[in-house]
Design a protein. Structure first.
Length: 216
């Protein structure tokens, strides 16, 4: 009986040891797998991979090299607001379209710069920097291949007697444009074919620009 009892005790101890060993093995294997799982999860949205993964989605402010610029089609503005530019003629608006061709996203905020460049005659100023028209700039995010635009409002004085002798029919050759917070210019041909009201004595044009707005 004593031998039998001893055998039972040894068997019980062995069974407990086996249970502890199995439990220890299970507890040891879980941490080994956890880094792999956490790495897999971090690749989808964790702490290591996301910085690289998100970089193409948010490349900071759009640089001049990230963008292409071109004019859209002009549209005549309703007569009830034609007078806001303070000159006689037909009031048009046209979108200067910015296209992100960088391969990553970037943001634009502000007005940028639009200089209208054309032939000089006598004392005419060949370049006119367009003033900002009162709107509050918002942050615009451009995905890769995405677009935003600046609206240009201007007066075509064709067929209208100018208010000032200094105002002349003047057709621009191109625009020199700058994205917000940039200093490198992009050249955009003046494809509209319409004259542009400018005052050579004051060195100003009857025109203005909006801030950058989403879409084209």
């Amino acid at each position: 009986m004593l031998l039998a009892t001893g055998a039972l005790v040894v068997a019980a101890v062995a069974a407990c040891g086996g249970s502890q060993t199995a439990s220890g093995s299970s507890a040891g294997s879980a941490p080994a797998e956890a880094p792999a799982n956490s790495q897999s999860q971090s690749g989808a949205g964790g702490a290591g991979q996301p910085a690289t993964a998100k970089a193409p989605q948010n490349g900071g402010a759009c640089r001049s090299a990230d963008l292409k610029a071109a004019l859209g089609a002009k549209q005549e503005v309703p007569t009830d607001v034609q007078g806001q530019l303070g000159a006689a003629g037909t009031h048009y608006k046209v979108n200067l379209v910015w296209t992100n061709h960088s391969g990553h996203s970037c943001t634009m905020q502000g007005f940028g710069g639009v200089d209208v460049v054309g032939p000089g005659q006598g004392s005419n100023h060949p370049t006119f920097s367009l003033p900002r028209m009162g709107e509050t700039p918002a942050v615009v995010k451009l995905a890769a291949g995405g677009t935003a635009h600046t609206t240009i409002n201007y007066i075509d004085p064709s067929g209208v007697q100018p208010d000032s002798q200094a105002a002349q029919l003047w057709t621009p050759t191109h625009l020199s444009v700058t994205p917000p917070n940039e200093t490198t210019h992009l050249s955009v041909p003046w494809t509209l074919g319409t004259p542009f009201y400018q005052d050579s004595e004051a060195g100003i044009a009857a025109a203005g620009i909006s801030p950058v707005i989403a879409g084209s």
